[in-house]
Design a protein around this ligand. Structure first.
Ligand SMILES: [Zn+2]
Length: 262
């Protein structure tokens, strides 16, 4: 049996899914062709005037496919049945937290090597929302369209039935501890947003941040409704609407932690 823990198997699983998709498209085309027959001819006419050999082969193929897919259906784990939202049990959450936090840490270390400090102009625009200490410490990487890929465990999560996972590829920025990656250009708003996450990381720690993110996602099922994210967007929009209304992001984040709003 294949296992997610074996890197060689992960390749095989990806290949399996591509072949499954191919088979599904072929089935869809068989389904369409049969639907045309159904629309144009009655069952009686088909049975009476259809070539016997072709009819028999078609019936055999359909019956054996039905048997094959039904036996797979019987083995699909319960949680992924249609209509049942995917979830993680309390015992699975620590495993997911460990996976996400070590990935964030590892990617942060990787990008730290090629990251650059903020320019004086950028620091001036972000002060006093963020302290000078934070602005001196943070590093940024502009990928200019090269785009960061989604974490490797996304494939496993999708197989478990998780949809709407935050698409790293499509985000303006991704924060990894003290490093902020920008998929495209670094804009002031995107920088502000990334810095809010830097403060959340700093005050919560990467493990707690990961746990709150996962728990928030499990209950809201949407990236933008996860409180950590919703707060970053709301502070970013305050900044965008009125840059002269100065406030300390650290104070706001501390308040939310204190009030248990994350
Ligand atoms: Zn964000």
């Amino acid at each position: 049996m294949l296992s997610w823990d074996n890197p060689g198997d992960r390749v095989a699983i990806a290949q399996m899914n591509s072949e499954l998709q191919h088979a599904q498209l072929e089935l869809l085309s068989a389904h369409c062709a049969s639907h045309q027959l159904r629309l144009r001819f009655t069952l009686e006419d088909l049975a009476r005037f259809g070539r016997r050999d072709i009819l028999r082969k078609s019936v055999e193929a359909a019956a054996s496919l039905n048997q094959y897919y039904s036996s797979i259906e019987a083995k699909i784990p319960r949680a992924t049945e249609a209509g049942q939202p995917a979830s993680l049990s309390e015992t699975q959450i620590p495993e997911a937290v460990a996976m996400l936090s070590s990935y964030l840490r590892e990617q942060g270390e990787h990008y730290m090597r090629i990251a650059a400090p903020l320019s004086n102009l950028q620091k001036a625009a972000m002060w006093p929302y963020f302290s000078a200490v934070v602005l001196d410490r943070v590093r940024v990487v502009e990928l200019n369209g090269q785009r960061i890929s989604n974490p490797p465990f996304y494939e496993k999560a999708r197989v478990l039935g998780f949809e709407n996972l935050p698409e790293w590829t499509h985000m303006d920025s991704v924060t990894l501890g003290d490093v902020i990656l920008f998929n495209e250009k670094l804009t002031e708003r995107a920088l502000f947003h990334g810095l809010v996450h830097v403060i959340q990381f700093e005050l919560l720690g990467v493990e707690r941040y990961s746990e709150l993110f996962i728990r928030g996602f499990l209950s809201s099922k949407h990236h933008f409704s996860v409180p950590l994210e919703a707060h970053a967007f709301s502070l970013e929009s305050k900044f965008g609407a009125n840059p002269s209304d100065r406030f300390s992001v650290e104070d706001r984040v501390r308040l939310w932690i204190h009030q248990g709003r994350y």
